[in-house]
Design a protein around this ligand. Structure first.
Ligand code: SDX
Length: 428
């Protein structure tokens, strides 16, 4: 489906009127196309943080922030979270349609056969300090993958050649992630098993030891699979935009994904899930005075922010947060886990959503507010939470990169308005 050019916008600059095309997307979203704006007017537009600027036309994910709607390739997130699996969703996002049973079996089998990484990569882990944050390790290990597959660095390869890199990334990220954790614990790495599915393998590599097997709980496996689905894509977020702009220079896919991992690490983005748990534990240790912390979040002179609250595009409850909040109760009950941090989170949400500051700014819990509570119940350590986000987001990053390359989009290079010194001579 293409965006339709069916209207125009008029701009008057220095007494001259300019007509600009308006494009309308398949969900009725409208944009003024300024592709030729500077060439015809000599002006540029300015939009710090791109809050009002579309970077591309995409057919991957649709979200409506006002209504709290999220769909992957047209399928509502609620249905995918309930009925699909992470690898099926990954295929959907990357290739644009749900796979047939045969296609999904081939995709899953292919992935399970590429889960090993070159033995030389184990040596890299030994070079990291033991307390290295797994996100810092993961980003560099993903970039290092490109050095083991030099053919992936050829920019003008046929797009089909990218399929093997896509499989390698999906297959090896769980291994690299689990090994980052083992490295941080000073434990020996655990190798993947082809007989396990995607989530079983990750949990096995995370928690098994050479001396004892890890008993796979179907509740834990299913909960992890659902969390990965909920994180799989989110249109032009900070890390996806990073992957696109790095890829737009025709850097290889491994390097583009590595850049996405780093962008995701920030506490304003994917790093928020770790920051939320740290915040909730801090509030609990501080005596649980919720109003005190809500007031601090509102105080412009206080650097404290309510982590896991607010969103650039959702001005309603993040639909993923709604699903995860409900899953919290289900999963903790099934696992027999009682987590006081969950009670604090629910009460904090209740206090905040009655406060005019949050209500007037439409600040609701986002995907990161409750996800960490499930990760804790699954036994995932806090400093691995953003790694879990990266595992989930990988297919979305790949899909965004692939769409940008297939559409032959130009190298990303924003303009600026210079506000520095005018010309002056070097002294002497
Ligand atoms: C993700 O984009 C995506 O799709 C991202 C993501 C994805 O799936 O890829 O959904 C994942 O990154 C979710 C967001 C996780 N981050 C956090 O939970 C960190 C806490 N949230 C905020 O830092 C903030 O809400 C952002 C960064 C998420 C959004 O910031 P914006 O869009 O730049 O909004 P803003 O900072 O301009 O806030 C508007 C107002 C400001 O107050 P005023 O200037 O109007 O007085 O709301 C206030 C802000 O101070 N505000 C908050 C707040 N978030 C916004 N005040 C207190 N606590 C907060 N959390």
């Amino acid at each position: 489906m293409e965006a339709v050019m069916n209207d125009t916008a008029k701009v008057v600059l220095d007494g001259q009127e300019y007509e600009l095309p308006v494009v309308t997307g398949s969900e009725g979203e409208k944009a003024i196309d300024i592709t030729k704006f500077r060439g015809s007017t000599g002006y540029i537009t300015l939009d710090s943080g791109y809050k009002n600027t579309g970077a591309t036309k995409s057919a991957i994910t649709f979200l409506d922030g006002e209504k709290g709607v999220l769909r992957y390739r047209g399928y509502p997130i609620e249905q995918l979270a309930e009925k699909s699996t992470f690898l099926e969703v990954a295929y959907l996002l990357i290739y644009g349609k749900l796979p047939t049973t045969e296609q999904l079996t081939g995709f899953s089998t292919n992935i399970s056969r590429h889960t090993l990484v070159h033995e030389d990569m184990k040596r890299f882990y030994e070079a990291y300090p033991s307390k290295a944050h797994p996100m810092g390790v993961l980003a560099s290990m993903v970039s290092a993958l490109s050095t083991f597959y030099p053919e992936s660095q050829k920019p003008n390869r046929p797009i089909e050649a990218i399929d093997l890199t896509i499989v390698r990334l999906l297959a090896k990220l769980p291994t690299l992630a689990a090994w980052s954790y083992k490295n941080s614990q000073g434990h020996p790495v655990i190798y993947p098993k082809n007989s396990y599915n995607y989530c079983q393998n990750f949990l096995h590599m995370m928690f098994a030891m050479p001396t004892e097997e890890y008993e796979l709980d179907p509740v834990v496996v299913k909960a992890l699979d659902q969390l990965l689905i909920l994180h799989a894509d989110h249109e032009q977020n900070c890390s996806a935009s990073t992957v696109r702009i790095v890829g737009s220079s025709h850097a290889n896919l491994y390097s583009s994904i590595s850049a996405g991992v780093i962008a995701l690490w920030g506490p304003l983005h994917g790093g928020a899930n770790q920051a939320v748990i740290e915040m909730l534990k801090m509030i609990r240790n501080d005596g649980g005075n919720l109003q005190k912390w809500v007031d601090k979040a509102k105080d412009k002179n206080d650097e404290f922010r309510m982590m896991g609250f607010g969103h650039r595009v959702y001005k309603n409850m993040d639909p993923r947060a709604r699903i995860i909040k409900k899953a919290c109760d289900d999963i903790l009950n099934k696992l027999g886990v009682v987590d006081p941090v969950l009670d604090i989170a629910k009460k904090l949400e209740e206090v905040a959503l009655k406060d005019e500051y949050f209500v007037s700014r439409k600040l609701y819990p986002n995907v990161d507010f409750y996800s960490g509570i499930i990760y804790r119940a699954l036994g995932i350590p806090t400093n691995m939470f953003t790694v879990m986000f990266a595992l989930g987001r990988l297919p979305g990053w790949i899909a965004q990169w692939k769409e940008m390359i297939e559409n032959k989009e130009p190298i990303g290079r924003p303009r600026q308005i210079y506000v520095g010194e005018n010309e002056r001579n070097y002294p002497g």
